[in-house]
Design a protein around this ligand. Structure first.
Ligand code: ATP
Ligand code: MG
Ligand code: MG
Length: 549
């Protein structure tokens, strides 16, 4: 097989393992349980778990749950389900909130070392004191409090003596640092809000920067991989570890995944859900893992997508069509072919006996190694065919049905169109044909050659279904980058619902996760809204490859 060049993180890891810096690689995937995971998270999951699959060691799942306001157990559960579904197993299930006691001790240690102080300034005052990147900040009156006073005040913060916002604990670093994050960052704030796991035990909570690196360190994470926004946080990450004299985890940054025609921040996805622009986090138009799953994406296709886009050091924008390419490739191998008529007109075979039917057999998947086995397809005198497969006045090179023309019915016989009938609105309603009994697929002795083959479903045997066809959720490539609100760019036609679609009867036994190719129409899968007598299918992706890679 083709030798793949290493990405920059693999290079670092290979060097660290070779030099003996670490014996065991330990990575983590650290979601905040404040929403459902999306395709960008899938990228980080594949990266972190993929590295320990390749180099040994293990990956932890750590919920970065330090902000009680936005976090919920529902999200913890969905995030776990999505990671498992993608095909990964974590070594330890951990919660930053389990470290609240230890993190509090770390804060006390900093105070004792004269490296943290309680500050009563308001957020606005702190912002002013910090200055601007080109102009150094100023120390305030709280900065030089004694250790004893700070210990006492921090203890009173913890004991709930102050209101939200009355004071904060800040690291005492450098108000003149060129890195604004090093200008005495807040490390603890007061929030009288119950936490999804610790309840009312705490009313002070650590800031992300004071929790993340220390959590990595507590767990012995060797390579803490995050996205580029955290480059400027690295100095602070290292500072805490150095001053606390704890295990030296190292942070490395890669470019986050950005995808065309969608948004990816959980905050924005939550707005789409709350304002009912979509039917929920798992709406098949959402870029969430649960949405993609419901849409009919497979774990393999998502992993393949993450593999193909690789690991970059600079921001970029990936085409949605690449994701579609990946599922199309996967379903081409896996999906059984079936017949479904989305816009039906009736075809009557006048020389086929009334009341008779026969069972034909069809290959499930010509692309599969075992052809996917065979299935039975009922055939009878009256069929549904696709409206677009008939032309009253055929164009040049029209090989489908037209008055006097012949066509093969897939898996069945050759028919010739003798006449047709319109309804009161002038729309084609019924087509009358004769069939050639000797032309049966697999045993054709008719000697007739036809160029066109069309799909059909026996009217007496067909099941009825609803089909939902999806388009991009937004009309512009980068809704985030446009002027005004990102929701102004929602695509009003992102879902087309087609009722009264006729499908082969055995599709009544379809399973939620099975992808099907509706011959000539696209890839589809059963939606969870289906009931025994009302089937609903999602179009996963069209048949045509529009990706120009
Ligand atoms: P969001 O606002 O989209 O929820 P986040 O970074 O705040 O993003 P977290 O739950 O903190 O969400 O993310 C968990 C992990 O997934 C982090 O390590 C983060 O860097 C990574 N991640 C999040 N979004 C992306 C993305 N678009 N591409 C790659 N990795 C991502
Ligand atoms: Mg985050
Ligand atoms: Mg976030």
């Amino acid at each position: 097989s083709e030798e793949k060049s290493l990405n920059f993180i693999e290079e670092i890891i290979e060097n660290d393992l070779k030099s003996g810096k670490y014996e065991t690689l330990v990575t983590r995937f650290p979601p905040e349980p404040n929403g459902y995971l999306h395709i960008g998270h899938a990228k980080a999951i594949c990266l972190n778990f993929g590295l320990t699959q390749k180099y040994g060691g293990y990956t932890n799942l750590r919920f970065d749950d330090t902000n009680p306001v936005t976090e919920k157990t529902e999200y913890v559960n969905s995030q776990q389900e999505d990671i498992k579904w993608l095909g990964f197993e974590w070594k330890n299930e951990l919660y930053a909130s389990d470290y609240f006691g230890q993190l509090h001790k770390f804060a006390v240690t900093l105070i004792e070392k004269g490296l943290a102080y309680v500050d009563h300034s308001t957020a606005e005052e702190i912002a002013l004191q910090k200055g601007t990147p080109t102009e150094s900040g100023v120390d305030n009156v709280y900065r030089n409090r004694s250790v004893e006073e700070n210990l006492d005040l921090f203890n009173r913060m913890k004991n709930g003596e102050f209101e939200d916002g009355a004071c904060t604990l800040r690291a005492k670093i450098d108000m003149a640092s060129p890195n604004m994050l090093m200008r005495d960052p807040i490390i603890y704030r007061i929030k009288h809000t119950p936490h999804h796991r610790t309840g009312n035990e705490w009313c002070i909570y650590p800031m992300y920067d004071f929790a993340h690196g220390q959590s990595d360190s507590i767990e012995g994470i060797t390579h803490s991989i995050c996205t580029l926004e955290y480059v400027s946080h690295r100095e602070l990450y290292d500072w805490f570890i150095e001053k606390l004299e704890i295990f030296p985890s190292k942070q490395y940054e890669f470019a986050r995944l950005n995808l065309t025609y969608t948004v990816m921040s959980k905050r924005k996805l939550l707005q789409l859900v709350n304002e009912k622009h979509v039917a929920g986090w798992d709406d098949p138009r959402m870029p969430t893992i649960s949405g993609l799953r419901r849409r009919g994406y497979t774990p393999e296709s998502i992993r393949e997508f993450c593999e193909r886009i690789g690991i970059a050091k600079r921001e970029n924008l990936i085409e949605l069509s690449l994701l579609e390419f990946c599922i199309r490739e996967d379903l081409n191998k896996k999906a059984n072919r079936v017949m479904a008529v989305l816009d039906p007109i009736k075809l009557v075979i006048t020389n086929y006996p009334e009341g008779k039917d026969e069972i034909l057999v069809g290959e499930n998947n010509p692309e599969a190694e075992d052809k996917g086995g065979m299935r039975e397809i009922p055939f009878s005198r009256e069929l549904w065919i696709e409206r677009e497969d008939f032309m009253e006045e055929p164009a040049k090179k029209w090989f489908r049905l037209a008055p006097g023309a012949m066509v093969r019915l897939k898996f069945a016989y050759i028919v010739q169109c003798d006449s047709f009938e319109k309804d009161a609105n002038g729309e084609i309603k019924t087509i009358y044909c004769t069939y050639i009994p000797e032309s049966k697929s697999g045993s054709d002795t008719s000697g007739i050659n036809v160029k066109g083959t069309i799909h059909w479903v026996s009217a007496a045997h067909a099941k009825t279904a609803t089909v939902r066809q999806y388009d991009r959720l937004f009309t512009v490539e980068s809704p985030d980058a446009e002027e005004g609100d990102f929701k102004d760019y929602l695509n009003p036609k992102s879902m087309e619902v087609i009722e009264n679609v006729y499908i082969e009867p055995h599709l009544a036994k379809a399973n939620l996760s099975d992808g099907y190719q509706f011959i000539r129409k696209g890839y589809f899968c059963l939606d969870k809204d289906s009931t025994a007598d009302h089937l609903v299918f999602n179009r996963v992706v069209s048949l045509k490859d529009s990706w120009k890679g």
